[in-house]
Design a protein around this ligand. Structure first.
Ligand code: PDD
Length: 290
């Protein structure tokens, strides 16, 4: 597969700190700490019909991630949102994603924080991307893997090596997503949050240091509360996953997506379950109109 075969379109404009430049002119210094150490954080925000969805919670999480790694974001929310709008306009983007990344700055490879005059580097772009219709309609296959990540999965760090290795393992098993477990407790997907439905209750791992507190997850839990669907934010086990009535995942990119097979075995009837369908419908009703 060539990079250009991917369903993601190539973006034309890149924000690098103060300036928005054509992609070919965007440069990353070899000594950028993101490049050297993965010393940075990021956010992916969904855009529907030209409107960024849940922008404020994403910006709040970006600021939290920065704080948790001892970094101060150089820009306020209004400035970040305004630059996001500018990027969307440059790409004439309707459906897609906004990507923000902030690294600790440019400095020779120091194994501690750089001197104070080193300033964080911001990169952002708007990338057109279709909605995940197939996965959402038909459901996807998932593969269970051990969770080999660090114990600060609540930080949206650009260090995605274990996540990518998990997703690759899934792909090698003909699956679109990996579901991870730590010592038998199901944590989350490689790039998504994970849920099971058992006896009409939605179960999902608590938002502690072992998972990313997904913005979509918070939104879905709000939809459950509004619809009177019981939720238990408590650890559940691999056995519970295997015996679940329904499994679904959520993320900015995949929205609410049913899992219909786990390691080749059908999940219940092997098709998207009724509660997942209900949540998908409720979720879609909250999206900005095209
Ligand atoms: N990933 N857990 C992990 C490990 C993730 O990487 C993601 C999202 C989520 C879901 O979070 P949210 O609902 O805020 O998107 C949970 C993004 C989409 C990515 O890296 O592309």
């Amino acid at each position: 597969m060539r990079a250009s075969d991917h369903r993601f379109a190539v973006m034309n404009w890149i924000l690098r700190n103060e300036g928005i430049v054509p992609r070919a002119q965007a440069r990353v210094d070899i000594d950028d700490r993101g490049h050297q150490f993965g010393d940075g954080i990021y956010e992916v925000i969904r855009v529907y019909g030209g409107t960024a969805f849940l922008m404020q919670p994403h910006l709040d999480r970006l600021r939290r991630s920065a704080r948790e790694i001892g970094m101060v974001l150089p820009w306020n929310d209004d400035a970040l949102a305004a630059r996001g709008e500018e990027l969307m306009a440059r790409e004439s983007m309707s459906d897609g994603i906004l990507y923000f990344q902030v690294t600790r700055g440019v400095c020779p490879r120091l194994q501690v924080f750089p001197p104070e005059d080193v300033t964080p580097q911001i990169t952002a772009y708007a990338r057109p991307m279709p909605r995940p219709c197939g996965e959402a309609d038909e459901g996807l296959h998932a593969h269970l893997v051990p969770d080999i990540r660090w114990l600060r999965c609540d930080i949206k760090s650009i260090n995605l090596l274990p996540n990518m290795l998990a997703r690759q393992k899934a792909k090698e098993h003909g699956c679109a997503e990996a579901l991870q477990h730590r010592d038998g407790i199901v944590t989350e997907g490689a790039f998504s949050n994970a849920y099971i439905v058992a006896g009409g209750t939605v179960h999902t791992h608590p938002a502690d240091n072992r998972i990313l507190a997904g913005i979509t997850r918070v939104h879905i839990l709000g939809l459950c509360a509004a619809a009177g669907i019981p939720v238990r934010e408590e650890p559940f086990r691999v056995e519970d996953l295997r015996g679940a009535d329904e499994i679904f995942i959520s993320s900015t990119a995949s929205e609410v997506a049913p899992v219909i097979r786990l390691d080749g075995q059908p999940v219940a009837a092997g098709k998207p379950g009724p509660l997942t369908r209900r949540l998908q419908a409720a979720f879609r009703e909250t999206l900005p109109a095209d």
